[in-house]
Design a binder for this molecule. Structure first.
Ligand code: CP3
Length: 347
């Protein structure tokens, strides 16, 4: 579906750097535990069950559109879905997040990994995309997503969310050939997975490189960026906007310019007026409210929104978002107020 068929195409116009009266807004993790209506859907099944049932995934995707009126929808799923299809046993534990019981540590583990055929192994995601678009009926564009190859590899090797990333870094430096062959398999998986989403009808995609910030700039350039570039290059023929999100942007922003995506999504640590001189003129910026501000007061939120807007100034190509996912303890009223002041201005 082209943007001509959308009743609200502000997001796609921002991706093309058109001059707009206001920026579009969407929120990372916009369908999540902070919403009582999400908790209701979630009661029906496990988190993975939710991701794998198109009807429920569609309901979750639509919630923030119906309740908050955001300018873009994002497919409800998880970055680890295609990794499970590569042959890892995935489990989501309450409070501790994702866990693999058979993480990738040795060459034999790497050899055993399959590059799944996305349509066969994860066809439920394509079904969800089609169902969501039907229900959206052109109201707003739908974003698809994937983890970037590096961030997926961190989960595969560590086996869970990590703080120090010792195991994956030990593989990078201690077994570089093994690391390369792991990354090659992950990259092929990501490309096929996103091609499936594109074919099913997403209007744009975001690559989440949540843990790239654990690398120094040199190592990012050497061990993470090339695989992101390969994904973007492989998908460029589809001509839909692409977004790269990195948590830990500050050290990596100069190199992120070379990823090939249209949009760079940055965390909250770098004020936009300091980010702008470091990004190419043709890049759109997305960000970057500190999610914690939504746990404070309306006054604090308003002054942070003002600060972000004045940091952007008159530069075309800006999408309002948070610097990372919305926190489960966020009051829905604060999320609604954020959307309202970005869309209608401050009184
Ligand atoms: O943005 C959206 O609303 C789309 C849905 C989405 C989810 N996860 C839903 C989710 C997206 C885009 C993701 C991506 C994702 N998943 C990332 C990258 C983005 C980021 O936040 O950095 C990562 C690192 C993951 C892996 C993951 N999934 C973790 C670490 C966790 C546990 C987090 C926690 O707060 O417990 C998840 C679970 C998860 N993914 C939930 C949701 C709504 C909560 C699951 C539940 O209902 O219990």
């Amino acid at each position: 579906m082209g943007s001509a068929l959308l009743s609200n195409d502000l997001f796609l116009r921002a991706c093309r750097r058109e001059r707009l009266d206001r920026p579009p807004i969407w929120i990372m993790r916009q369908a999540g535990r902070y919403m009582p209506e999400y908790q209701e859907i979630r009661k029906k099944t496990t988190f993975l069950g939710l991701c794998k049932t198109p009807e429920l995934a569609a309901q979750a995707t639509l919630l923030p559109i119906d309740l908050l009126g955001l300018d873009a929808a994002i497919l409800f799923s998880d970055i680890l879905i295609p990794v499970e299809a590569m042959g890892l046993d995935l489990e989501f534990t309450e409070h501790k997040g994702p866990r693999f019981s058979n993480p990738v540590r040795t060459d034999a583990d790497i050899d055993r990994l399959v590059v799944p055929e996305a349509r066969k192994a994860t066809g439920f995601v394509a079904d969800a995309v089609r169902l969501i678009n039907k229900r959206l009926d052109g109201r707003v564009p739908l974003l698809g997503f994937s983890g970037s190859p590096f961030t997926l590899a961190t989960y595969m090797v560590e086996g869970e969310t990590s703080k120090e990333f010792t195991r994956v870094k030990r593989m990078i430096f201690g077994n570089p050939r093994g690391y390369r062959s792991l990354m090659e398999k992950v990259t092929r998986t990501v490309i096929d997975y996103l091609e499936m989403q594109i074919e099913a009808g997403i209007h744009a995609y975001q690559l989440f490189d949540t843990w790239a910030g654990s690398l120094c700039a040199e190592h990012y350039r050497e061990y993470a960026l090339p695989y992101t570039q390969e994904v973007v290059r492989a998908l460029s023929r589809h001509k839909i906007p692409s977004i790269l999100y990195v948590n830990g942007t500050c050290a990596l922003l100069d190199d992120m310019n070379r990823a090939g995506t249209d949009v760079l999504s940055i965390d909250w640590r770098l004020p936009l007026e300091r980010a702008i001189p470091r990004v190419s003129e043709d890049k759109v910026l997305q960000g970057n409210l500190d999610p914690v501000v939504l746990l404070t007061t309306r006054n604090a939120l308003e002054s942070e929104v003002k600060r972000i807007m004045s940091g952007v100034g008159s530069r075309p190509g800006f999408i309002f978002n948070l610097g990372h996912g919305i926190l489960p303890e966020t009051p829905v009223e604060m999320a609604r107020h954020l959307v309202n002041i970005v869309q209608n201005g401050l009184a």
